[in-house]
Write a protein that binds this ligand. Structure first.
Ligand SMILES: Nc1nc2c(ncn2[C@@H]2O[C@H](COP(=O)(O)OP(=O)(O)OP(=O)(O)O)[C@@H](O)[C@H]2O)c(=O)[nH]1
Ligand SMILES: [Mg+2]
Length: 240
């Protein structure tokens, strides 16, 4: 069994799922894959079930009964990863915005001493392909905003292509992770940082999805805007 697991949350990803699984399981250094599917109505998990036997125990599936946000899906995946003794645990989207060939570099950052490796779009300028300008600006200024409010020393605070050492996930109280969307990514980085773990940004190029539909919504943006202020205040008052 590998000591490295890539968690991919899915909701209606039938156009991408087979190819992303194949790409992740073909990346150098032998990563295992866990799909956490929220009972996608398009049958994503049926495709996964069909693929499982071909990958000799390297492909796993957890199905949750309803759509409950990417944050909750990841928390479910983290618990599964710890219960199955993985040492290096990665988050990756199903839509090829994150290039599976970057997984070995994220892993290397952890081997070289980082506790949280962040696949970062903004540590060397802006490395985003095919996103409409309003999405780029939203995401870029969201990171600046997070940095101003919280001091978190990261250029890409909402990055969703990251790797953790198991020790980080063991030390966070996963049942207290509150946020579901972009806020989740910020919350995880902030809580890791205030516990004095070592964060390292690894430059990546992010590409907009070509297949399937985005699940971003205005609630998710609102959660992140107000959530950042609440994270900072809860830390000041010792309530994190
Ligand atoms: N299990 C689960 N997965 C989800 C949920 N919402 C989104 N996802 C998955 O999380 C990943 C990121 O979602 P996207 O829709 O690509 O959201 P995004 O990357 O923020 O938005 P775009 O950049 O516009 O694609 C994808 O693999 C989705 O299938 C959810 O509620 N449950
Ligand atoms: Mg996406």
């Amino acid at each position: 069994m590998s000591d490295k697991l890539v968690i991919i949350p899915t909701y209606n990803e039938k156009e991408n799922i087979e190819a992303i699984i194949h790409a992740a399981l073909s990346a150098e250094k032998m990563f295992d894959v866990l799909i956490v599917d929220d009972s996608s109505p398009d049958g994503t998990n049926e495709i996964v079930k069909r693929l499982i036997p071909a990958y000799n125990g390297r492909l796993h599936l957890e199905i949750r009964t309803e759509k409950d946000g990417l944050g909750r899906a990841y928390v479910h995946g983290f618990k599964w990863a710890l219960a199955n003794n993985y040492e290096y645990i990665f988050e990756m989207d199903a839509d090829f915005s994150h290039n599976p060939n970057d997984l070995p570099r994220l892993h290397q950052a952890l081997v070289d001493g980082a506790d949280l490796a962040i696949g970062s779009r903004y540590c060397n300028g802006v490395n985003v392909v095919n996103w409409p300008m309003n999405r780029v600006l939203l995401s870029y200024f969201a990171s600046k905003y997070v940095r101003i409010i919280t001091n978190l020393p990261v250029h890409d605070a909402t990055a969703g292509f990251v790797g953790y050492r198991a020790s980080v996930l063991k030390s966070l109280d996963l049942d207290k992770i509150k946020f579901k969307g972009y806020g989740f990514q910020i919350e995880m980085k902030y809580k890791t940082w205030i516990k004095k773990f070592k964060l390292k940004e690894v430059p990546i190029i992010f590409t907009d999805r070509t297949l399937g539909e985005s699940k971003i919504s205005s609630d998710i943006i609102g959660e992140a805007v107000f959530g950042v202020i609440s994270l900072r205040l809860r830390n000041i008052f010792g309530k994190l």
